[in-house]
Design a protein around this ligand. Structure first.
Ligand code: GLT
Ligand code: MN
Ligand code: MN
Length: 393
């Protein structure tokens, strides 16, 4: 194995307890491998070169545990995390497994369920803060419907907002310096989920009381399931400084949520995503944790789980190197420079409307036929990307 791509904590790679800990159950069959204990996951991740481990409240502390049991479990876990030199940069709340959430948590029609969900999230945030988490992810696993006869979707969205506003105001009141990251998904487990894409989330965030502390946690599989572009979702979030966290994995379009090893499907999509995140194209990079929300194939035993984890991280690093080489390629630079050329500084003219800028705009010699006649050389540009990916450039 080429050691150049071996991960190290500086690479900021993180995994969830539920990812490497996934025992391979699916809706058609039970677990195929033993559950790795949280402390063994931490030891394994440290050995593999990860930076951190993330968790849901109930990945570590069983639902309904007493406060004393929680303290003991968290204490023992954090001793191992610290011994191994790992971090817990993100924590989240399981608002989907218990049957109480079968018709939603923050969007349940029953205010008692919404109250229970807020209380559970609040306790999970406290636990996350105790572990040093800086980001709290909210994935609304049960926020949705099989039938829209259930409720008016407008009510669901406003209840979702109320719960997040409540939790954000409480978080600020506690003096915690935390950021919330909302994760969208179009369907599964619900027939249709509210706020189905990162784009929906970005708009919703703008309507929150404490919008400044709320951003998104886009997931490759969740954007790709309905055939959308993860690169565009992430770019839209980055453009407004709302990319607070990211869930990396792979997915075949149009399937159930596969959570495959990062980069193992749609290699080109993964390449452009890494290029965007790394900022090798000369734009600002994403500097937060690089979280893998994926799991090993059901065919694997425990060794296969660690092959999977190493594969996610190595693929990211390989793609980062390829992206840097692509952006440094003279021919790539020439094609891009030709397409972006602006010798008359027309781009600047469009930045602001003024009567003068309009006058200059009107006076421009813009010949649509001549403009339309130009080819863009994107066939060549894309082939260059492919040749970098194939390793022949
Ligand atoms: C669950 C889901 C993920 C979310 C996790 C965080 S839980 O595994 O499929 O996409 O990111 O709640
Ligand atoms: Mn996810
Ligand atoms: Mn997923």
């Amino acid at each position: 194995m080429n050691e150049l791509y071996n991960p190290a904590p500086d690479d900021r790679f993180t995994f969830g307890l539920w990812t490497v800990g996934n025992p391979g159950a699916d809706p058609f069959g039970g677990p195929v491998r033993p559950r790795i204990s949280p402390t063994d996951i931490v030891r394994g991740l440290a050995k593999a070169g990860a930076y951190g481990v993330n968790l849901h409240d109930n990945d570590l502390v069983p639902f309904g545990s007493s406060a004393a049991d929680q303290d003991r479990i968290v204490g023992e876990f954090m001793d191992v995390v610290q011994d191994c030199g790992l971090r817990v940069p993100m924590a989240t709340t399981n608002l989907f497994s218990h049957p109480v959430f079968r018709d939603g948590a923050f969007t349940s029609s029953d205010p008692k369920v919404r109250a229970f969900a807020v209380r559970k999230a609040k306790r999970a945030i406290d636990m996350g803060v105790e572990m040093g988490a800086e980001t709290i992810v909210f994935w609304g696993g049960r926020e949705g419907v099989e039938t829209d006869a259930a409720r008016d979707c407008r009510d669901a969205i406003s209840w979702y907002r109320e719960c997040l506003d409540f939790l954000a105001a409480w978080t600020l009141d506690q003096g915690y310096s935390l950021r919330f990251a909302l994760e969208a998904k179009p369907n599964e487990p619900r027939g249709d989920m509210y706020l189905a894409t990162t784009g929906h989330m970005l708009h919703f965030i703008d309507t929150l009381d404490h919008a400044d502390m709320v951003g998104v946690n886009p997931e490759v599989a969740h954007e790709n399931m309905p055939g959308l572009s993860m690169v565009h979702a992430v770019a839209q979030a980055m453009e407004v400084n709302k990319l607070f966290h990211i869930d990396l994995n792979a997915q075949k379009i149009g399937r159930y949520d596969q959570d495959l090893r990062f980069g193992s499907e749609d290699v080109k999509g993964a390449f452009f995503l890494v290029r965007l995140l790394e900022g090798t194209c000369g734009r600002p990079a994403y500097t937060g944790p690089l979280h893998f929300d994926a799991h090993a194939y059901r065919t694997e035993d425990i060794d296969g789980v660690w092959d999977f984890a190493s594969g996610c991280m190595r693929t990211y690093k390989i793609l980062a190197a390829k992206a840097a080489a692509f952006d440094a390629d003279k021919e790539v630079q020439e094609i891009l420079a030709a397409n972006h050329a602006d010798p008359d500084r027309i781009g600047a003219l469009l930045k602001d409307y003024t009567p003068e800028s309009l006058e200059t705009l009107e006076a421009l010699d813009l010949d649509p036929e001549a403009l339309a006649a130009q080819g863009h050389r994107y066939e060549r540009l894309d082939q260059l990307a492919m040749e970098h990916l194939f390793g022949v450039r």
